[in-house]
Ligand binder design. Structure first.
Ligand SMILES: Nc1nc2c(c(=O)[nH]1)N[C@H]1C(S)=C(S)[C@@H](COP(=O)(O)O)O[C@H]1N2
Ligand SMILES: [Mo]
Length: 581
């Protein structure tokens, strides 16, 4: 015969209590996140707890982690990060919820930890002020109320209900004798209770009530009462509803400040100095070869923003200051009245591995950055333009590169449309020849003329080189890596780049054999990538294709393999193919 030994002794009841705790925890966290999102929509905007924690995580991630995230998840890296944050939060919340059923203080402690992480993340962001703490703090306070209610109701509803007979002393939750398999704090009682005996008998709603089926045998498992469970369900529903309503309302409020509509009505003037029509033959028209111009929708995107900055062109200003004789502040309307140049430039990310996708070529329209800087009359000794975006990201661009005559732009349009929001609307920098992190600040609002000694830009603070010209490189697009081709004449094709030097030659070799000259496509200038093709008489078997580019200075890309950090990947691109007869 069974004896009453405390609910925890029964794996079934223990399991049930754990489930209740986990539900309480996850619901509490959900309420905190929803309310946080609403408060962010009402106050600071963009400061939802998941967003600030995500952005703080990006800022804290050391270069190898950043590289891993980019290479493993590509442009999805931020979705993966947010999903990861939510999963970690859910697990944390579930554990805290289980503990909260043993002692409510553990639940409150969990909320304090939640709030501390959120507040620390928020105030760590350069764009944030103290008000950014509000979403997490208010979210946690509202969640505390739900935690208390849900915990009480869960205890009443779970199989080890406090309404059951008092706990045997051996399962009492006394300090120092805690163990994780112990029952909930105020619920040490047995669910295996003698039907009709003890306090349970007073419960008119007990399942043993006549009419609810056959009378229970003595020492039969007593299910928690229906009304108790219903109350818990109703409260859970309220928590879910609160989460949904607040999260959606918060999203709506945040969306109201979207600049999509403003962007649609912006009128970008025609170029004063248009790009000449592209020469015939920039595209070799080989299937799977990257097109010469990358469309805006397929252009790679790399930045530290989880929530895209929404910058109203009506209030946008660029401030140029620091080591200058004449500070300048320019509005968007004034920027559009300046002479606008149009120029094809290939942007490249320093995180692009050999054969990687973080490179794209577009036609940019913008004001001359050199003219703007010159009109501020930079002082002798200045070496760096510290360019800051509205979200606090900084790039450090060498001033002599911007002033050396290349078409460095404060760009307002990309491939004939206003800059897409994810590419820096309303204005960004584009400097041919420099990796994006030292030159291509999106949503740029501030340029400080300074020195490399005085100021260290965002990625340089994280171990990347302060100055980073783009390395001469090539990529094999065709045949597809790991693919199978038919024997006979086969196109081996790709792109090569050496921005602001220009590509002079590309060579290909098969299985480490002698280098063969590829045919180069036409290019409009020296600031873009260049397509190339070499026709191979493919023989059956497995083969390795490699390529290397030589730029107009006579430099041939190095065979030495280097990872992206600290100043760009190097090495020959290599593609394995299987040739079938
Ligand atoms: N505001 C802001 N600008 C930024 C960045 C950023 O994180 N924030 N990343 C830079 C990096 S590392 C690169 S490679 C380019 C990428 O530009 P794209 O996203 O338009 O391709 O933007 C640069 N400008
Ligand atoms: Mo980058």
């Amino acid at each position: 015969m069974r004896t009453a030994t405390g609910g925890a002794a029964n794996p079934y009841t223990r399991h049930r209590a754990t489930s209740y705790g986990a539900i309480v925890g996850v619901l509490t966290a959900a309420v905190a996140m929803g309310v946080g999102q609403l408060v962010s929509g009402l106050t600071v905007r963009q400061g939802a707890p998941w967003a600030v924690v995500g952005e703080a995580a990006i800022n804290l991630a050391p270069p190898p982690v950043k590289n891993f995230a980019i290479s493993a998840f590509g442009s999805n890296d931020k979705n993966v990060l947010v999903a990861g944050i939510l999963v970690v939060l859910a697990i944390f919340a579930a554990v805290v919820g289980v503990l909260a059923l043993r002692r409510l203080a553990y639940g409150y402690l969990g909320l304090v930890i939640f709030a501390a992480v959120g507040v620390a993340a928020a105030i760590s962001l350069p764009k944030a002020n103290a008000g950014w703490a509000a979403p997490t703090v208010i979210g946690a306070l509202v969640a505390a109320f739900f935690l208390k209610k849900l915990t009480e109701l869960a205890l009443a509803a779970s199989p080890t209900s406090p309404a059951s007979p008092p706990a045997p002393s051996d399962s009492e939750d006394t300090p120092g004798t805690e163990d994780t398999s112990a029952p909930p704090v105020s619920a040490g009682a047995s669910a295996w209770t003698r039907s009709g005996a003890g306090p349970a008998a007073d419960r008119t709603d007990d399942l043993s009530t006549p009419g609810d089926g056959p009378p229970l045998e003595p020492w039969t498992y007593r299910s928690p009462s229906r009304p108790d469970r219903r109350r818990f369900l109703v409260a859970s529903g309220l928590a879910v509803g609160t989460t949904a309503v607040t999260a959606l309302a918060g999203r709506e409020l945040n969306a109201r400040q979207s600049v999509t509509a403003a962007r649609a009505t912006v009128h970008i003037p025609k170029a004063t100095d248009p790009a000449p029509p592209l020469p015939a033959g920039v595209n070799l028209n080989i299937p799977n070869l990257s097109p010469f111009v990358t469309s805006n929708s397929s252009f790679y995107r790399v930045d530290t923003a989880i929530v895209l900055p929404q910058v109203d062109p009506a209030s946008w200003q660029l401030h140029i200051h620091g080591m200058v004789d004449r500070e300048i502040t320019i509005s968007f309307a004034e920027l559009l009245r300046r002479p606008l140049l149009e120029h094809y430039v290939t942007l490249t990310c320093v995180s692009d591995p050999v054969e990687g996708p973080y490179i794209g070529n577009a036609k940019w329209l913008g004001a001359s950055l050199a003219d703007l800087i010159r009109s501020a009359r930079p002082q002798a000794g200045a070496s760096q333009l510290l360019c800051t975006s509205v979200d606090g990201f900084t790039s450090g661009t060498p001033i002599e590169v911007v002033l050396d005559g290349r078409e460095a732009l404060l760009a307002v349009a990309m491939n004939g449309t206003a800059l897409p929001v994810e590419h820096g609307f309303p204005a960004r920098m584009v400097v041919p020849g420099l990796y994006g992190y030292v030159s291509a600040t999106k949503w740029v609002t501030d340029i400080k003329v300074t020195t490399y000694q005085a100021e260290i830009a965002y990625w340089a603070q994280r171990g990347w080189s302060a100055q980073a010209p783009i390395k001469t490189e090539s990529r094999i697009d065709v045949p597809l890596a790991g693919g199978t081709v038919k024997s006979g004449r086969t196109a081996v094709a790709g792109v090569a780049w050496a921005q602001h030097k220009g590509i002079a030659a590309v060579e290909v070799r098969v299985d480490g054999g002698s280098w063969q000259r590829a045919t180069l496509a036409a290019v409009p200038g020296i600031d873009t990538w260049r397509q190339w093709v070499w026709y191979w008489d493919a023989t059956p078997g497995n083969h390795t294709l490699e390529a290397r580019a030589t730029d107009n200075t006579g430099y041939t890309q190095t065979a030495t393999q280097a990872p992206p950090e600290p100043n760009g990947a190097s090495g020959y691109p290599a593609t394995q193919v299987t040739v079938k007869s």
